[in-house]
Design a binder for this molecule. Sequence first.
Ligand code: SAH
Ligand code: SF4
Ligand code: F3S
Length: 438
Amino acid sequence: MAAPKKLFIKTYGCQMNVYDSERMAEAMGAQGYVTTEKAEEADMILLNTCHIREKASEKVYSELGRLKPLKALNPDLKIGIAGCVAQAEGEEIMRRAPVVDLVVGPQSYHRLPAMEARVRAGERALETEFPAEDKFDHLPKRPLPNRAPAAFLTVQEGCDKFCAFCVVPYTRGAEVSRPAARIMGEARDLVERGVREITLLGQNVNAYHGAAEGGTWSLARLIRELAEIDGLERIRFTTSHPNDMDDELVAAHGDCAKLMPYLHLPVQSGSDRILKAMNRKHTAADYLRLIERLRAARPDLMLSGDFIVGFPGETDEDFEATLDLVRAVGYGQAYSFKYSARPGTPAAERPGVSAEVADDRLQRLQALLLEQQRATQASMVGREVSVLFEKPGRLPGQMVGKSEYLHAVHVTADVAVGEIARVRIIESGPNSLAGALA
Ligand code: SAH
Ligand code: SF4
Ligand code: F3S
């Protein structure tokens, strides 16, 4: 038998890409490919790309420059571009980069095996339509070996919100929810393979409304049904839009024990004027009221968010309003970005703020967010948390896992991967906590 062909996938961008990369590896596995961590030994390289900001996008071309010499070493090497840059700039990539053999958009991954065959026959292949069939129905069932205890599961894709700065509605297409029964089946399979925690994914996950027997399930309903699966101990979901956070979902944070007390709820800005210009369709006060309701349901809820500074038209006053909102919420952790004008989005037409001003605002915002993150982490010392152990740590005898609040926790103890244990936090480091079994 010939040695199996090797597949190297490099993943950029959000968790949905991480999930998609796993599914692509599985699809290629059915074609006789095994994955490798080394690009040099691969017979096929896939870059699963992100288009969200200019910097993310540019990485594709610089990575292609680095990979090109590998083709001279291995004439059978094929290079493919997947993900959101493939969707947005597929034809341009084909023109600009002859080194690329195939381009596949995020909704066409089920076509990858057929594309691989065409490419092996000497063609170049491009698939970036939004096909009528659901890629997940046409991807192979997930294979059997045991898996890491925490897994992603995409339940919803695409977005109809059209925030003025964002490419996602163009790269991922319209909002689509997967049927509830498919998700339940995939979740049960994952649990059978050792998964204890599932993070439900969607660009707009809380807008989930999946077809189910006897009607449609909301995200809250889906979470409650998943919580009934024996052996599944933890459920998370990301990313949510404030306007889709309905009463049922708020309530689930209070009464569904398996739903973890950590919520990523991006607000982007604290200024009503900017929120309006961003087409976010809510005010800062709406967001703060929502946080209040969530905390009433689950007082220890840890919040995370996303912020954009330097959006076109943002004044000092607007930026101060963002800092005020951050102070009012108190985030456990958050991401902040300098606005990046993306081709084809409405905001790209508007005059931006200067790079110096944006840099300065980003620094000030990040300093505040870091201060909140450190304070939150420090406040964990002396508390007891539950930890799902995911892998051995760097020190002998050490294990690393995640608390319910998504903090990395190091413990030196005789515990197995996949075990959940109560841990008393002893120390707070820059990026993680250390504790001992309680
Ligand atoms: N669906 C999610 C976000 C997807 S993109 C949501 O609606 O919240 C992840 C984050 O990238 C966004 O929350 C936003 O903060 C940031 N982002 C998106 N487009 C951007 C742009 N053009 N410039 C800078 N940051 C951007
Ligand atoms: Fe982009 Fe807005 Fe949709 Fe999030 S809600 S993916 S920011 S358009
Ligand atoms: Fe990037 Fe596409 Fe995700 S643009 S953030 S990889 S949806």
